[in-house]
Design a protein around this ligand. Structure first.
Ligand SMILES: NC(=O)c1ccc[n+]([C@@H]2O[C@H](COP(=O)([O-])OP(=O)(O)OC[C@H]3O[C@@H](n4cnc5c(N)ncnc54)[C@H](OP(=O)(O)O)[C@@H]3O)[C@@H](O)[C@H]2O)c1
Length: 337
């Protein structure tokens, strides 16, 4: 299958190339796309160099799927052009997520909603993906009433320039482009994406709205505080979940241990719990610190960590492509190389 990766020179794009290779996705031809300034540059896929082309050349090459990670405005401008040419777009930006005509998909949760008519498919926000993977099986069993989440998010969530800012600050170099309004090294910023009229940030409202859409249940109440911290391995979340129904902690552990894509790391006596350092580079969602909220009934506290560039972006997008292929929702050409 011919695959285009739009944003191939970026952090998420680079991870998409790695994940496609690692999971042995049947790529017959890779078409890397980036902005005009990168056309002619090379990216590596399976040990071979590939030349970055313009979006016009990519559309002319007629890939079956284009995985986008090139920002919201690029996606708004280019995804319809790809879709009109019959190319299925899986988009990592926030451009299409809340469009009622577009599916917002986490394969473990709602890939069964996909149909052959879906030409632009949205990949959710990274913090939301890792949370819903862990919450869905618990919602199915106990029905979630309310979620209170606080995040501790990696600078890799902002892209390459943010990683450069963190390491430049750490090296004492002030001559670097600033993507954050304050220093990030040795700091914590309670500010991700722009502030909205209701006092929340856009990232916080993404967690509220996307959770309801992916879980297919508007009755779930969600409130979020999203925070940037100087780490690179992944996003962490303290999640407080109130259920309609009573639960046994041992049953929660059993359910999560048997959930596809989830790994329970919950052994406080041996200091075992999820951390960005250990989640880095992994595709799974790690869950630990499972304990009853002793301040109110039917309520659980949990700690959820995942690599935002993997399950929060690249892995989820490639899993959507795998689902399309497996369920004959995309035409695959014969593999020629
Ligand atoms: N980082 C995360 O954890 C994460 C998670 C989920 C979703 N996302 C989303 O994924 C997207 C990319 O994030 P990132 O972290 O990879 O950012 P990044 O490192 O800054 O990379 C941005 C990519 O977009 C390309 N691009 C920019 N303008 C373009 C244009 N007009 N046409 C084609 N390509 C263009 C860039 O190409 P050049 O190199 O030529 O500039 C680069 O390849 C964003 O929408 C982000 O919200 C990121």
């Amino acid at each position: 299958m011919k695959i285009a990766v739009v944003g191939a020179t970026g952090l998420v794009g680079g991870e998409i190339l790695k994940v496609l290779a690692e999971r042995n996705f049947p790529v017959s031809e890779l078409i890397p796309v980036a902005s005009e300034r990168s056309v002619g540059k090379q990216v590596e896929f399976k040990g071979k160099p590939y030349t970055v082309v313009s979006f016009e050349d990519a559309i002319a090459a007629k890939p079956a799927i284009a995985i986008f990670s090139a920002g919201g405005s690029t996606s708004l401008a280019l995804a319809p052009k790809f879709a009109e040419a019959g190319i299925i777009v899986v988009d990592n930006s926030s451009a299409w997520r809340m469009d009622p005509t577009k599916k917002l998909v986490v394969p473990e949760v709602n890939a069964d909603t996909l149909t052959p008519e879906d030409k632009i498919i949205a990949n959710p926000n990274c913090s939301t993906i890792q949370m819903v993977v862990a919450l869905k099986p618990l919602h199915d069993r106990y029905k979630i009433k309310r979620v209170v989440v606080s995040t501790y998010q990696s600078v890799t969530g902002t892209g390459k320039a943010a990683v450069d800012q963190l390491f430049a600050e750490r090296a004492g170099n002030t001559d670097v482009a600033k993507v954050y309004p304050h220093p990030i090294d040795l700091n914590v910023l309670p500010h991700i994406d722009v502030f909205l009229d209701n006092g929340y940030t856009k990232e916080e409202m993404k967690m509220v709205n996307e959770t309801k859409k992916i879980m297919g249940d508007d009755s779930i109440q969600v409130t979020a505080t999203t925070v940037r911290i100087p780490t690179i391995g992944g996003h962490s979340e303290a999640v407080n979940v109130e259920f309609e129904n009573e639960f046994e902690l041992s049953e929660i552990v059993a359910i999560l241990s048997n959930t596809e894509g989830v790994i329970v790391q919950d052994d406080p006596a041996n200091k075992i719990y999820p951390m960005p350092l250990t989640a880095h580079g992994k595709d799974e969602v790690f869950v630990g610190r499972l304990r009853r909220d002793e301040s109110q009934p039917k309520t659980l506290n949990m700690w959820i960590v995942a690599d935002n560039l993997r399950k929060g972006a690249a892995t989820n997008a490639v899993q959507i492509a795998e689902y399309l292929l497996k369920h004959n929702l995309v035409e695959a050409e014969p593999v020629t190389a």
